[in-house]
Design a protein around this ligand. Structure first.
Ligand code: AHM
Ligand code: MG
Length: 345
């Protein structure tokens, strides 16, 4: 039974107490992210009413400049991050490069801006205008450089170096899910008190499921192994619970969240047009892979663990297969067989 009155902040502070060397800064940083996401949630909920969708640069009824939701989300997150003083750089899917941030408290004897944050401010952007769930994805790393504003090497770290990651889904309710390496925990925003309250502690993804999520419209562009795997999922076999159900929202956060709770495999493979798939390693694949592994699931690019991919660029793309462990393993088997057949030819 979940304690009804555990707020997100209380939970992260209690988690941080497990680490004697912790200064409380990570808790404050995560609280800042939660605050920004509450503001975004409010705007997402009001969007249909105040007619701001799709009108960047125009004026709303109050005579204020209005922004598209994804631009708004990016601005809010960046602003709150800069204000908090805990990070030396922010990296956003909406920005061409990273934004270095000065140490706000540089007169202190110790460096306070010791973290880096990566955001996909509003994932599922094609769904913004049609009232389908969208979300914010975030991840946090410790800086490598010693002081001053962050550098590219701080921002381009391998996924295993994440110290926290999470997402917020703006759906029928607003839900925040995060990990700091001590399990995966979910919180639901209670709009009446304006707090994220603990709703799912130590989330575990089922080891095997009967749901797959993929944009099957791309079937003709997939490799033979990928095609074979999807055809396998659609065959009848009661022992392995086939055929699987297909569930694809087209909003990664929403598809991932459903699969995390009920089990399933989400796929965005490489195809004949996009040799690295569509999704971004730093903004989408890494944070969700950290979460899924913490929940007992698996994530790979079809060959190797996502979290071990050395990033070369902030906007680097990667194929992504993520979800229930046994399902991802089966997919990897199909892709491995395909590689074997190609090498024999
Ligand atoms: P975005 O970051 O521009 O919103 O793009 C990412 C989105 C994901 O949320 C989703 O899984 C995917 O793109 C859907 O792509 P497609 O429309 O090709 O199926
Ligand atoms: Mg995205």
């Amino acid at each position: 039974m979940v304690n009804k009155f555990t707020t997100f902040y209380r939970h992260i502070v209690e988690q941080e107490r497990k680490f004697p060397e912790a200064t409380g800064q990570l808790s404050d940083l995560l609280a800042d992210i939660a605050l920004a996401c509450k503001v975004i949630s409010l705007e997402v909920n009001r969007a249909g009413l105040i007619d701001i969708l799709g009108f960047t640069g125009e004026e709303n009824v109050q005579g204020e400049q209005v922004k598209k939701l994804d631009v708004f989300a990016n601005d809010v997150l960046t602003h709150v991050m800069k204000q908090g003083g805990h990070i030396c750089a922010v990296c956003s899917e909406e920005e061409v490069s990273f934004i270095p941030i000065e140490d706000k408290f540089s007169e202190n004897k110790f460096v306070t801006n010791k973290y880096i944050c990566h955001f996909d401010p509003l994932d599922g952007s094609s769904n913004i205008d049609v009232n389908v769930s969208i979300g914010t994805i975030f991840s946090v790393y410790k800086r490598i450089t010693k002081s001053g504003p962050g550098a590219l090497e701080d921002c381009l770290q391998v996924g295993t170096e994440q110290v926290a990651a999470g997402y917020v889904i703006y759906g029928s309710s607003t839900v925040l899910v995060y990990t700091n390496g001590e399990g995966v925990h979910g919180f639901t925003l209670d709009p009446s008190v304006g707090e994220f309250l603990l709703s799912n502690e130590y989330i575990k993804i089922p080891k095997k499921a009967k749901t797959f999520s993929v944009n099957e419209g791309n079937f003709c562009k997939w490799s033979p192994g990928m095609k074979k795997y999807i055809s396998y999922l659609k065959e009848i076999d009661s022992v392995t619970s086939r055929p699987y159900s297909s569930r694809y929202i087209g909003s990664l956060v929403a598809d991932f969240h459903r699969n995390l709770l009920y089990g399933g495999i989400f796929m965005y493979p490489a195809d004949s047009k996009n040799s690295s798939g569509k999704l971004r390693l730093m903004y989408e694949a890494n944070p969700l892979s950290y979460i899924v592994e913490q929940a007992g699931g698996r994530s790979s690019d079809g060959v190797k663990r996502i979290l071990e991919i050395e990033p070369k660029g902030l906007h680097q793309r990667t194929p992504l297969f993520i979800g229930s462990e046994e399902d991802v393993l089966m997919l990897e088997k199909y892709l491995a067989e395909e590689r074997k057949e190609v090498s024999v030819k």
